[in-house]
Design a binder for this molecule. Structure first.
Ligand code: F6P
Length: 292
């Protein structure tokens, strides 16, 4: 079965995501169990081009399953093209959860819990001071974190890149919230929302006299969402995917991504991963409106 592969290289690329280390650990140990040589490639595709390699054994991945970041370091490498003479199997690692071919990406659950934890904390101050908080969460192209943290954090309004919300509608909604309910509200804004993020929305609201009496604040959660120890869910997902990636390589697959769809491991050609958009659940968007 494994008469072709003798050595595998492992790298982490793009933005780091909690659970990447658990994935690396699983891949290294699964490969070693198949008597493969394992080479770590540092700094993503930059390290591949520059030959920044490190030999890996079982002990080199000890004590990392609980660690955020990536021991192999990472980089964004726009210069890398599709030409290569090795087989490639990818694991989906991004907090944004915007990859087609997997229900959840590695790091998403941790980021979501971090966002909700922060929204809970912000709500204490919003309540105590009757303030409106615009909380910006990550998601350059997708609203998965915003939508789900909005529901989990009980946000009064959620703004995401997948839907267009007119500024006049945002203003009306905030006015009705701040007068009808308590005098505090939380609006969760994905950084990729069409209004340009929480700071721009705050400026647009402050330019309108009708907001003079509303105490508006912005909190940008930023990279706090990318760091930290992975949740149990992310550790298990990452371990399954890291191990499945090695199985896929040994079985002869190439240029595919391993994902988990409906609880099962699934392989998706890379061209589909990057060529198709993963849709948000519009039922959840309706739910935020119903519950706020
Ligand atoms: O990894 C995806 C992401 O978290 C996006 O949501 C965000 O816009 C981006 O990374 C930030 O990347 P960087 O840390 O490279 O600025």
């Amino acid at each position: 079965m494994n008469d072709e592969i003798r050595c595998i290289g492992i790298l982490t690329s793009g933005g780091d995501a909690p659970g990447m280390n658990a994935c690396v650990r699983a891949a290294v140990r699964t490969a070693l169990a198949q008597d493969l040589r394992v080479v770590g490639i540092r700094r993503g595709y930059e390290g591949l081009i520059e030959g920044d390699f490190v030999e890996m054994d079982g002990r080199s991945v000890s004590n990392i399953v609980q660690a955020g970041g990536t021991i192999l370091k990472s980089a964004r490498s726009p210069g890398m093209n599709d030409e290569h003479d090795t087989r490639i199997v990818g694991c989906p690692g991004t907090i944004d959860n915007d990859l087609f071919g997997t229900d959840d990406t590695i790091g998403y659950d941790t980021a979501l819990n971090t966002a909700i934890d922060n929204i809970d904390r912000i709500r204490d101050t919003a309540d105590a001071h009757d303030r409106l908080f615009l909380v910006e969460v990550m998601g350059r192209d997708a609203g998965f974190i915003a939508l789900n943290s909005g529901i989990g954090g009980g946000a009064e309004l959620v703004l995401i890149p997948e839907t267009i919300t007119q500024m006049s509608d945002i203003k009306d909604r905030i006015h009705s919230l701040m007068s009808a309910q308590s005098r505090s509200s939380i609006v969760v804004v994905a950084e990729g929302d069409e209004h340009g993020g929480a700071t721009h929305i705050k400026e647009a609201l402050q330019a309108d006299d009708s907001f003079d009496n509303i105490d508006l604040r912005v909190c940008i959660l930023g990279h706090t969402q990318r760091g930290g120890s992975p949740t149990a869910r992310d550790r298990v997902l990452a371990s399954r995917l890291g191990s499945a990636a090695i199985d896929a390589l040994i079985e002869g697959h190439d240029t595919v991504m391993v994902g988990v769809v409906n609880k099962d491991i699934k392989l998706t050609p890379m061209r589909n991963v990057f060529g198709r958009k993963k849709n948000i659940n519009y039922e959840l968007l309706k739910l935020t409106q119903l519950l706020s």
